[in-house]
Design a protein around this ligand. Structure first.
Ligand SMILES: C[S@@+](CC[C@H](N)C(=O)[O-])C[C@H]1O[C@@H](n2cnc3c(N)ncnc32)[C@H](O)[C@@H]1O
Length: 679
């Protein structure tokens, strides 16, 4: 565990803190920190080479304000957590009773500079209780097993080093801390196979800022168990295969692997975090039959897996690598020398772990990782997609949705098999919330996007759309701009119209074709806003505004030079010969909705995706016919009329793509049971 946050305070009282350090202490992003400086909520004591610096007294004051709730911005629940910086990690284990014990511990522990030591003591005590409950050790009945052990009342046998590792660094304050923690150490727990109770304790007692900065969101039990059971059902774990989790945390994947791999000698793990490695060893001691404790020290190691793994090759590599790890500049430089998928502009930790795993996997061996769904289609992950296409076969993708407590991040389990054959989609299994199917056809796949979550029938339809003659694209033929980020909506957004104020639209005010403004106003003062596009985009004669986060494409027409917040972004098409209202109709149509959902599966409506939408180059006459209907939609107040005009436009656009009735059925089946955002 790194208690850098707290030790920063105690070790050197005159030290000045940089903005990233302060943000880490406050568990806010650096962008938010910068904004708070701009708004005067954070006041640096001085600037060194243009960089804001803060004294300890300054930070103490901010933390004090957080505690007292004196400042509005610090009153939110999220920020209240930063007073202690710790919270019980929901969804990690399934055993409710154990969860409640951890909750009681987290609620009652005093967070101070001894937190690291206290955490080790708590883990040691509960490790002893679990070893006892699983009948691995015998000991006298005692409230505090650790104290009884220290008093020499019983022996831990081969397990002694596992407990000593945790408590040895504490030194002479050990007994006084045990006394301080006596209530916290007094709960009784029963060993429950497969459940990572010690891991839950550890991650819950780790500062939230630390969890975020290291990308350490531990994987919920339900994900681990269904992933490993699935691999088990495919007979991936065969008798002599070796398994490693190269970022094992407290060993949750390895614990569950014990249901399929009987011999601990075959199981390996590595992590940079010393305490979590110690816990993994204890967890494996609980899950497996251990004859020689040295095996645990040999197989479960502290180390940077991106630098190397203890063995050169493994048959199965599993886990949940860190996502979005914040590497230092120097480290990025080093990594760029070793990893094909690393590039100085942006480096994504999970991509490095995939490349590393493929390199360390035996031919025909398997890699199973939990990853963000964005890996499948976001442009910045193109290099890792390319690497996979060249070195592996994708055997299965399970779309999990949002499975990490408190984080909005759809996730997947990706199962790869290392291969030296050309990439093929035949036999690739797909599991989504709605359906499970196996791709039977060979598809043309590029690293642009992995759009696998579509059946063979849907795939043929996408091809048909893409292969129409006379298509064009918005790429390089449109202006895109973001809505305004004020940095402080409370200050800038007014609920009544006042002098100089005008309507500002939110994403939620946008419907297909038109905006229905709620009554929010703003005085347009771009120089005071946190982020703002050039004024000419907001004030364009005609533009389209679209919802940025939505599972539908929702584009509204605007010729009122309206302003919008960044939940509604701007598109100004500039395709010669194609009218803005024709493009509006196309982007709002059912066929393009189908295309967007199937191709990009994204709830963020990204510029790069909009740029790839195929646009038929329609003749002037055809456009005129559609535009007339668009004008009807823009002015009508009759729901029935709006709905029938919308359907008529849909038909026109189906005709432009030459889509037959059977295909129209497939498309409408997919899109018609969802909110259409018509108003
Ligand atoms: C998302 S957590 C996964 C932990 C656990 N396997 C789970 O899924 O719950 C990522 C883990 O990667 C570890 N880690 C980060 N960078 C690492 C590196 N370069 N080498 C090894 N482990 C690393 C972190 O300490 C953390 O425990």
């Amino acid at each position: 565990m790194k208690v850098e946050q707290l030790s920063l305070f105690t070790k050197n009282p005159t030290k000045k803190f940089t903005l990233p350090e302060v943000c880490r202490l406050l568990s806010i992003s650096v962008a938010t920190g910068n904004n708070w400086i701009k708004l005067g909520k954070l006041k640096p004591d001085e600037f060194i080479q243009d960089k804001p610096m803060f004294t300890k007294t300054n930070i103490d004051t901010i933390l004090e304000q957080m505690k007292s709730g004196q400042d509005d911005k610090l009153k939110s629940r999220r920020n209240k957590k930063h007073v202690s910086g710790i919270s019980t990690y929901k969804g990690y284990i399934e055993d409710e009773k154990s969860f409640q014990i951890v909750e009681k511990i987290v609620d009652s522990i005093k967070v101070d500079e001894q937190l690291e030591h206290k955490t080790n003591i708590i883990i040691a005590e509960y490790a002893l209780k679990l070893l006892y409950s699983s009948k691995k050790i015998h000991c006298p009945d005692s409230d505090c097993f650790l104290l009884a052990y220290l008093q020499g009342k019983y022996s831990l046998g081969i397990y002694q080093p596992l407990i000593q590792d945790l408590i040895s660094p504490i030194g002479e304050i050990l007994e006084s801390l045990i006394e301080e923690l006596s209530t916290i150490l007094s709960y009784s727990v029963d060993y429950s196979r497969n459940q990572d109770f010690l891991g839950l304790l550890y991650i819950s007692l780790t500062c939230i800022g630390e969890r975020k900065a290291t990308g350490s969101y531990y994987t919920p039990f339900s994900v681990v168990s269904s992933m490993i059971d699935d691999f088990g059902s495919k007979n991936i774990f065969s008798t002599n295969h070796t398994v490693i989790d190269p970022c094992c945390g407290t060993g949750n994947f390895l614990i569950y692997t014990s249901n399929y791999v009987k011999n601990v000698e075959q199981v390996f793990g590595q992590d940079t975090d010393i305490t979590s490695v110690m816990i993994t060893r204890i967890n494996l001691a609980l899950a497996f039959t251990i004859k020689d404790i040295n095996v645990l020290y040999h197989n479960i190691t502290v180390g940077d897996s991106l630098e190397g793994l203890p063995n050169n090759q493994y048959d199965i590599i599993i886990g949940n690598p860190p996502w979005g790890y914040a590497f230092t500049k120097d480290r990025i430089e080093e990594l760029c020398k070793t990893y094909e998928v690393a590039c100085p502009k942006g480096i994504e930790s999970f991509s490095l772990f995939i490349e590393n795993a493929i390199k360390h996997c035996s031919l025909q061996g398997y890699i199973g990782f939990v990853l963000p769904e964005s890996m499948m289609n976001v442009r910045s992950h193109q290099q890792i997609r390319n690497f996979i296409l060249n070195k592996a076969q994708i055997k299965k993708i399970s779309y999990l949705g949002n499975v990490f407590s408190g984080v909005h991040c759809p996730s997947i389990v990706l199962l790869l098999q290392k291969s030296d054959l050309p990439f093929s989609t035949v036999g690739l299994e797909i599991s989504t919330k709605d359906k499970i199917f196996t791709i039977q056809e060979s598809r043309k796949i590029s690293d642009q996007s992995f759009d696998f979550a579509i059946t063979d029938e849907e795939y043929s339809l996408i091809l048909q759309i893409e292969e129409q003659p006379h298509l064009t694209y918005l790429k390089k033929q449109a202006d895109f701009a973001l809505g305004i980020v004020t940095g402080d909506n409370k200050r800038f957004i007014l609920s009544e119209k006042s002098e100089g104020a005008e309507i500002i639209l939110r994403g939620s005010d946008l419907y297909k074709y038109r905006a229905i403004p709620s009554k929010d106003y703003i005085v347009y003062t771009p120089e005071l806003f946190q982020q703002v596009a050039p004024t000419e985009f907001y004030r364009a004669e005609e533009k389209l505004l679209y919802r940025f986060i939505c599972d539908r494409l929702v584009f509204a027409y605007d010729d009122q030079q309206s302003l919008s917040l960044n939940s509604g972004n701007i598109l100004i098409p500039k395709i010669p010969g194609l009218h803005i209202k024709y493009i509006l109709a196309l982007l709002n149509s059912s066929i393009i909705q189908f295309y967007h959902t199937k191709k990009f599966a994204s709830v963020k409506i990204l510029r790069s995706h909009i740029e790839q939408i195929p646009i038929p180059i329609a003749e002037a006459k055809t456009q005129e016919k559609i535009i007339k209907k668009v004008d009807g939609l823009l002015t009508s107040n009759s729901k029935d009329e709006i709905s029938s005009l919308y359907q008529e436009i849909d038909k026109d656009i189906f005709a432009l793509f030459d889509i037959d009735d059977r295909s129209i059925d497939i498309i409408m089946n997919e899109v018609s049971n969802k909110n259409n955002f018509l108003f």
